[in-house]
Design a protein around this ligand. Sequence first.
Ligand code: ZN
Length: 440
Amino acid sequence: MLGVLGTIQNFRLVIMSEEGKQMHALAEELFPICRSITGEGVRGTLHRVACEIPIVIHDVPSGTKVHDWVVPDEWNIRDAWIRGPNGQKVVDFKKCNLHVVGYSSPISSMMDLSELRHHLYSLPENPDWVPYRTGYYNHSWGFCVAQREIDLWEDGIYQVFIDAELSAGFLTYGELVVSGQTCEEFLISCHVCHPSLANDNLSGIVVAVALARHLLARPGRLTVRFLFIPGTIGSITWLALHGDVVPRIKHGLVLTCVGDRGGATYKRSRRSTATIDRVMNYIFQEVGLIERVLDFVPYGYDERQYCSLGYNLPIGVLSRSTHGSFPEYHTSADNMGFITEDALSDTLNKAICAIEMIEANCIYKNLKPMGEPMLGKVGLYDKGGGGRSGQFGELAMLWVLSLSDGTVDLLSIAERSKIPFPEIVGASLALEQAGIIRRS
Ligand code: ZN
């Protein structure tokens, strides 16, 4: 319990510099890997994660029907380039894996620049950046290039080469269950399907790893399940194959874009008043960021699947800058310089705080509701008269006694009384130990 008191009281101040460094270093190591929704890049990423925490790596065969979708063929790429009229490479996949549109078909061909242009993607508004594009279900090919580079290309015949393979294989994902004292589950989900993009995918992965490490060392009341999955098809696949687990999920967070310099953001679950929504609301209010708590919209990351009508799970999104709201989004500018140790640490701290708050958020029943119980008899009434007793004041106890009718949780008592949640928790624990209230 000191954990929750300490975390909440200090979470403005706590800078877990060592954790921040470790998370940033792991992201740096994973950065060069060319990931996609399937293939060796995801597998390599998960194997590296498995060196940090004991995830289980699952393979779901291509062609598996998952709700309205089918697990796609596996895509792997070995090399790709474009050579200009003088034979020089003007684009090289080995220098930047964003250069090739994800799931591009293989090609080896000569073509005129005017024809090649139909397969080029650039960002004229940010001419030095390479965009990130995918075409999972297009059966086409393309290259992403900085506009400033394209502007230098002369007319003539270009040689285009993509050595890629699309064939039956597997969709791979990683899963870790940190068992708690109950089978009530908290789901942490992050996507692992983007190539060299730091904020969009790597930040979520490294915060999830650090959070898992923290919980493995200190398991609590909740069982926490971690999913490292390819976006969209990964969550749909997991949901379709885990109908037995889904009912146990009572809370959850999608971790995405959690490392940039923008302040923290929370996007509510579709339910909007689930415990995770209320806890996040409380945390953001405490740190003066209540305007960064956003309503649910059915767009974004894997919350789209978890919160889809048929599931409607109580899962929100913890992020920094939101989906698509920053110019670096899905470009080569979302690089390692775009994410910071402090932002990763702050996100980790908020996720830990949310889990600890939910674990501490009990419902009690006052066993002596007829008049006030005589607190002095059990040593809970401050001798100075109405003062503070250790971590909590008398008023906190009176609020717990007043509202604990077996239906009201401690968070509601903190909200209504305007007394800090840790103080309400401390007061309720003291009253429980004195036999005056009981968990219901
Ligand atoms: Zn993305």
